[in-house]
Design a protein around this ligand. Structure first.
Ligand SMILES: CC(C)(COP(=O)(O)OP(=O)(O)OC[C@H]1O[C@@H](n2cnc3c(N)ncnc32)[C@H](O)[C@@H]1OP(=O)(O)O)[C@@H](O)C(=O)NCCC(=O)NCCS
Length: 140
């Protein structure tokens, strides 16, 4: 089940975040900012009562962040989160991905995104690959 973020989700999401992005995890205050500024766009995926993953996006379809708990990966959780965004945007979305994050690049390619450009040193220590999905490129 996918629903909007609730305050009680904060600690489990911070744990998922720290495992997913050990170098530069979002802080509690960053999550609270998005929950307050974009409440409809901070999605949480629940497997029974456990939080399996989250996704934050801007209304334009710009994906800010997505992470799935390691125990729930390769089970379609990330796909369902992104599919929720695509349903709301008519199939269009974009995202910046760390150049060396092969898993994320394969994930977005699988969902119909293509490489658009590279932003040098976007993350300070690493370039970003900008990936875009237009209405016609994907199947979900
Ligand atoms: C990227 C991430 C969100 C994917 O979530 P997920 O729930 O495991 O993804 P799905 O199960 O929906 O995968 C869909 C498809 O993406 C591709 N994919 C996902 N993980 C992959 C991996 N480790 N290696 C290769 N392909 C992969 C596959 O094509 C997969 O389909 P398949 O399982 O039928 O082969 C997850 O790996 C994660 O949280 N990573 C750490 C955080 C991160 O890098 N976020 C993205 C930053 S922009």
């Amino acid at each position: 089940m996918i629903r909007k973020f609730r305050m009680a989700d904060l600690e489990p999401i911070v744990k998922i975040e720290e495992q997913a992005f050990p170098k530069q995890p979002y802080s509690r205050s960053t999550f609270l900012y998005f929950a307050s500024a974009y409440p409809a766009n901070f999605l949480v995926y629940l497997e029974a009562t456990k939080i399996a993953g989250y996704l934050i996006y801007y209304p334009s379809g710009h994906i800010v962040s997505i992470a799935v708990h390691p125990a729930y990966r390769r089970r379609g959780v990330g796909t369902k989160l992104v599919a929720t965004v695509l349903k709301r945007t008519g199939g269009c979305a974009m995202v910046e991905v760390r150049e060396r994050n092969e898993t994320a690049r394969k994930f977005y390619t699988h969902l119909g995104f293509s490489m658009y450009t590279v932003i040098p040193a976007y993350y300070g220590d690493e370039d970003a690959v900008v990936m875009v999905r237009s209405v016609r490129t994907g199947t979900i």
